[in-house]
Design a protein around this ligand. Sequence first.
Ligand code: RIB
Ligand code: CA
Length: 308
Amino acid sequence: MKTKIILDVDPGHDDAVAILLAAKHESLDLRGITVVAGNQVLEKTVQNTLNMCSMAEIDVPVYAGQASPLFRDQEVAANIHGESGLDGPQFPESTKQVEAQGAVDFIIEECLKYDKELVLIPTGPLTNIALALIKEPRIKKGIKEIVLMGGAYGLGNHTPSAEFNIYVDPEAAHVVFESGLPVTMVGLDLTHQAKAYPHVVERIKQINSPVAKVVVELLEFFGFTYERVFGFEAPPLHDVCAVAYVIDRSLIKTRKLPVVIDTNKGPCYGRTVCDFYGVTGKPANVDVALELDQDRFWDLLIETLQKY
Ligand code: RIB
Ligand code: CA
């Protein structure tokens, strides 16, 4: 039985590779791709999603979501993903069109079809997911779990305290983390274990297909900005980790912890505060990703890319 999923993205280089994995792996039934503003403004993240789907011949509906966070001003990550949000490859004009239905309404409509069966995989700011939960709380009956890329129990990346996806819309993150739904947080402490080192890029290059060529071009640009901004020796494929976990739970070790979102407008705004020692006495509400089986992770991604 395939796992029914909705992928909520803000492409974004790592989102783009996550789309390729989610659309092709035989264990997943990708019901739709919803798009949110994040790495770039909504118009660009939607176009990037359409370009990726068109290039890879992915026949999955794409829905445009929220152009700005619930309360705060939009922030983008052009320093990491470039002016287009997906700098590096040159994409031919996309033949794919965005759906007329909005992302939030699609999420609501799709969730209401099921009984604890749909897995939501947000890999950008959580605005679309939060709004769907606010607009129609009944959707919880259809959601099996939310496996999100975001947060960190260690260092942030957009501020010293906060990871980008959470920081862009902390109030939306609060809605999701306090929803009572099973939430798995695939944060930076995990995703920084998924760095695409040269030997990984070489394996992808050896696939020698148009899709693999685009992935290599994405990684080259992503690697350049991660080296310039963070001094990393290779770019981490954050969002791919969340999709990989839904495919194979044995790839990632997790621990259930109390996690709250700091929505105070101070230096820790948007921080995912993870209570490892239980000192708060709060209930453990989130499965926090700790350790990645890197070899099997790359094997999974590369084996799936070979199917394009
Ligand atoms: O902090 C990393 C996350 O922010 C990734 O999802 C990346 O695509 C950006 O959205
Ligand atoms: Ca993302």
